[in-house]
Design a protein. Sequence first.
Length: 287
Amino acid sequence: MVSDLRILAVRADPPEVLYDPVTFVAPPVSLRALVVYPGGPSEQQVHLRACVPHPEGPCPPDQPWEVTADGSSDMQLQVLPEKIRAALQADPLAGYGGVRVQVEVLVERGNVSVTASKLLLFSPALPGVVPNHSFSLTGFALSGSGGDRVVADEGFIELPVSETVWLRPLLSPGAQETYQVTDLAGRTVQLTERISYSFFTMPHAQYGPLGRPVAGSDVADEPAPGDPVPERGLVTLTALAAASSRLWLVARDGRGGEAWASLAVQMPDRRNCSFDFRCPLLDFGCL
């Protein structure tokens, strides 16, 4: 449940960057943070810096921020050759599966700030290397008392209190890439990406069964090729109280690619309950 300032995801485009194996020069990376706040729009600043991954997590506190922009902008980050080289030298796997450079994100909104980090993947531009590509979400397929329908990203739905809707994310064509890797035995293996989903919502709505929250009700995986597709959806969302809300979905391909989609959710209370039989309270304020 999103009740305060949060960074839900950081998208890198491209998700895998090819660098010159001799000079370690790489093109800039475009980054965007999914910053959410239930209080509504307001001015905020986003700061970025890159460093060699550290076992304790954050970049050195005295390292300066390299890029600053407003919260709705794509930010261009140029990772210098010496930083890629240093990350390769510090990697215990000597660059197997790519070189990872850590990006730290700081969001400031008034006197409130939050941080997040992401690993950027750099691979040498060698013959036969095909980098991972970005993907996108087009919207949601919904199933419930209102019937089956499709709602585009940034669309609107109405979900009356006590009603439940099934949600299934809709991927853009070709989102799940097939790729080749070399395993530790030196064999070439062909794999297909498995997209995983994380769902978020504001207060007064709940994923999963009604009642005490059930762990894992807000996450799901895209069915693998050949697996049966769920008849109704991957997760359920129930309205608990009259409110104007929003839901967010973050999708990850397991190789550094991220995408997201969002819906505005209006939750009116249309239950017809008499004075003698009051409508049950669904939102207990502790979910």
